[in-house]
Design a protein around this ligand. Structure first.
Ligand code: COA
Length: 206
């Protein structure tokens, strides 16, 4: 199957794949980008190899004529793609063991305080809900880590709906944004975010 995906890639994508030191990473890249081309091609009724991409100033890939928007995320040997009619951000993370001081480096004051009260598995699951929601928001904004992660808050409690609850400089953001939680597998969670309301998630796998 990999050779099928490889044939769909642009020269730039093949060069990127060739730069990975570890073959497994090159294979994951080829599979993810080949499948991405197939999915977007099916959606647009175009040949997957004919799609043209560009990246914004922060590295976010987009279709040149933006007929649809998408967001790609990898974690381990899993990859996920969100496709929408508006800018969207997706992040998935396998819930590996992480250091308890990570929130101090990346999260907002309210998120750090909320997480400090949690322990063990409850803390780890809340941490990954928070992480994936924050990554989904910055990927929807298209700015990656150039957007300060402490400048917005997301929900992360087990009994709370996924949400963006504060975005610096955007007082209406909590009502203008929608965030969805995704259980990818028993040890992998994700989030999809957009500065748009009234949408829902339809999942496909394969
Ligand atoms: C690049 C970044 C946007 C996402 O990185 P990530 O979560 O490690 O990786 P993901 O697999 O979820 O996303 C990578 C994909 O996002 C896309 N992407 C790259 N830059 C992007 C940007 N500025 N905005 C949106 N999407 C972007 C690309 O499709 C990329 O896949 P590709 O390299 O195969 O083309 C950025 O947020 C980052 O570097 N994060 C580091 C993780 C971290 O330290 N997080 C802190 C805790 S919240």
């Amino acid at each position: 199957m990999l050779h099928v995906y490889e044939r769909l890639l642009s020269i730039e994508e093949r060069l990127r794949a060739g730069r990975f030191v570890f073959p497994i990473l090159a294979k994951r890249f080829i599979a993810a980008h080949g499948r991405l081309r197939q999915i977007l091609g099916e959606r647009l009724g175009l040949g997957p190899a004919s799609l043209n991409f560009m990246t914004n100033a922060y590295g976010k890939p987009e279709l040149i004529d933006r007929q649809v928007h998408f967001s790609l995320s990898h974690s381990g040997d899993l990859a996920a793609l969100a496709v929408a009619a508006f800018p969207i951000g997706l992040d998935i993370e396998i819930m590996r063991p992480v250091s308890r001081d990570l929130p101090d480096r990346y999260f907002s004051a309210i998120e750090r305080d909320g997480l400090r009260a949690l322990h063990g598995e409850t803390w780890r699951e809340a941490f990954f809900r928070c992480w994936t929601r924050k990554e989904a928001v910055i990927k929807a904004l298209g700015m990656g880590l150039a957007f300060p992660l402490a400048d917005f808050d997301v929900s992360f409690g087990n009994d709370e709906a996924a949400a963006l609850t504060r975005l610096a400089g955007a007082p209406m953001a909590a009502t203008e944004w929608q965030v969805h939680h995704i259980d990818v597998s028993s040890d992998c969670v994700g989030a999809i975010a957009a500065a748009q309301t009234g949408w829902s998630v339809t999942r496909h796998s394969g």
